[in-house]
Design a protein around this ligand. Structure first.
Ligand code: SAH
Ligand code: SF4
Length: 348
C-alpha cells in the first residue's frame, strides 16, 4: 500500500525522512513541491537526487484532481468544476469572483449523510470522506486553472466538514502553512449543519477561521422537518454550543438561513430567531433558497421584510448574493455527478 504523501504535514514528513535516513532539509523541499507547486509526480521534483525520487515512488503516491468538466456562468463568471480523483470518484467545487479576490467553495465528502431535505448533495447519499490531500487538490487545481491566486476558501461544497473532522483539520493545517499555500485561517470559512460534539471540539482548537452554522429555522418544529440532524441535537443544544464557540474563539458566528416560501419566512419566525440569537456574537446570512430539481418548495418573497424585522430586533443580517445561478453553482446544488453527468454540458 502506497502512502498518501500530500496529506502529511511538514513535521510528519520530516519524521518519515529521518526514518528513511534522509537529511531533514529534503522533507522541506518535497513539502514545497507538493504544497506550493502542486506537482503530480516525483519526476518533477528536479532538485532531488534520482535515487531519492526512486525511493519516494516506491513508497508514496501523490494525490491529484484533474478537471473533467468546467462550466462558466454567463452572468458573473462563476465557474463550476467537476474534478476527477484518483479512484475515479468525482467531486464538485466552485470558483467565485468578489471585489476582494477569488474565493473557492470546496467539497469535503463525496455525498453527505445528513439528508437535509432542501439540499441536492443530501439527496445523493454518501460515498466516502475526502482525504486532506484531495481537499487540498481541489484548491490547487482550481487555482492553477484560474491563473490567479486564490484568496479565500469556503468549506461549503458537498459534504459535512465536521463529519470528516480529522481530514478537514489536517487540510486546514496544510493549506495555511507558511511552506504551503499560506492561506490564513481568517480567509477560511467552514459551514456545518450543526454537529454539536464537533463544534465543541473545534472551539477548543481556537482557530481563527469563520464558523458558519446552517440554522435555517428558529425552532425545532420547523428545523426537524428540514434537517434530520436536529432530531439528535436540537436548536437549543446547538445554540448553546455556538455560544461556547463564540465565547472561546471571540469570533463572530455566521448563521445561514435559506429562505423558503411559507416555511421559515414569517414575521413570527424573524422575531423568534432574533430572540434566540440574543447574546451570541453572530450575524445572519439570508439565502434565497435554490430550488433543486423536483423540489416541493419555493424561494421566499419576503427576504427584505425578514431582514428588516431582524434588524429591528437588533440582529445584523445580510442577503447573500447568489452567484452562478445559470450553472447550478449556488449553495446546496452541488451533487455527485456519476449518476447525473449527462446534464453537465461540457464547456471545456
Ligand atoms: N454540510 C455543510 C456545508 C455544505 S452545505 C452545511 O450544511 O452547512 C452549504 C450551505 O448550503 C449550507 O448552509 C446549506 O444549508 C446550504 N444549502 C443546502 N441546500 C440549499 C439550497 N437548496 N438552497 C440554499 N442553500 C442551501
Ligand atoms: Fe449535507 Fe450540508 Fe447538504 Fe445538509 S445541507 S445534506 S449537511 S451538504
Amino acid at each position: 500500500m502506497l502512502k498518501d504523501i500530500k496529506s502529511m504535514t511538514l513535521e510528519a514528513l520530516q519524521e518519515e525522512f529521518s526514518a528513511l535516513g534522509q537529511p531533514r532539509f529534503r522533507a522541506g523541499q518535497v513539502y514545497r513541491w507538493l504544497q506550493q507547486r502542486g506537482v503530480s509526480s516525483f519526476e518533477e521534483m528536479t532538485d532531488l537526487p534520482g535515487n531519492l525520487r526512486a525511493i519516494l515512488r516506491e513508497k508514496y503516491y501523490i494525490s491529484v484532481a484533474t478537471i473533467e468538466k468546467r462550466q462558466i456562468s454567463d452572468y458573473d463568471n462563476t465557474r463550476k468544476y467537476l474534478l476527477r480523483l484518483l479512484d475515479g470518484e468525482f467531486v464538485e467545487c466552485v470558483l467565485m469572483e468578489y471585489h476582494h479576490g477569488l474565493s473557492v467553495c470546496i467539497s469535503t465528502q463525496i455525498g453527505c449523510k445528513m439528508g437535509c431535505t432542501f439540499c441536492a448533495t443530501g439527496k445523493s447519499g454518501f460515498s466516502r470522506n475526502l482525504t486532506a490531500s484531495e481537499i487540498l487538490s481541489e484548491v490547487q487545481t482550481v487555482e492553477r486553472d484560474s491563473g490567479q491566486r486564490i484568496s479565500n476558501i469556503v468549506l461549503m461544497g458537498m459534504g459535512e466538514p465536521l463529519d470528516n473532522y480529522e481530514n478537514v483539520m489536517r487540510f486546514l493545517s496544510l493549506v495555511s502553512s507558511a511552506d504551503g499555500m499560506n492561506i490564513g485561517m481568517r480567509h477560511i470559512s467552514l459551514s456545518t449543519c450543526g454537529l454539536v460534539d464537533q463544534i465543541y471540539r473545534l472551539a477548543d482548537e481556537k482557530l481563527q477561521l469563520t464558523l458558519s452554522v446552517s440554522l435555517h429555522a428558529p425552532n425545532d418544529a420547523i428545523r426537524s422537518k428540514m434537517m434530520p440532524v436536529n432530531r439528535k441535537w436540537n436548536v437549543e443544544t446547538l445554540l448553546k454550543a455556538c455560544r461556547y464557540y463564540a465565547d472561546t474563539t471571540k469570533r463572530r458566528i455566521s448563521f445561514e438561513y435559506a429562505m423558503i416560501d411559507g416555511v421559515n419566512d414569517s414575521g413570527a419566525c424573524a422575531r423568534e430567531l432574533a430572540g434566540r440569537l440574543r447574546g451570541i456574537l453572530s450575524h445572519v446570512n439570508l439565502i434565497p433558497v435554490n430550488t433543486v430539481d423536483g423540489a416541493a418548495y419555493r424561494k421566499s418573497g419576503r427576504i427584505q421584510a425578514f431582514q428588516a424585522a431582524l434588524q429591528k430586533y437588533g440582529v445584523t443580517a445580510t442577503v447573500r448574493r447568489t452567484l452562478g445561478e445559470d450553472i447550478d453553482a449556488a449553495c446546496g446544488q452541488l451533487r455527485r455527478r456519476a449518476e447525473t453527468e449527462a446534464d453537465l454540458s461540457a464547456d471545456l
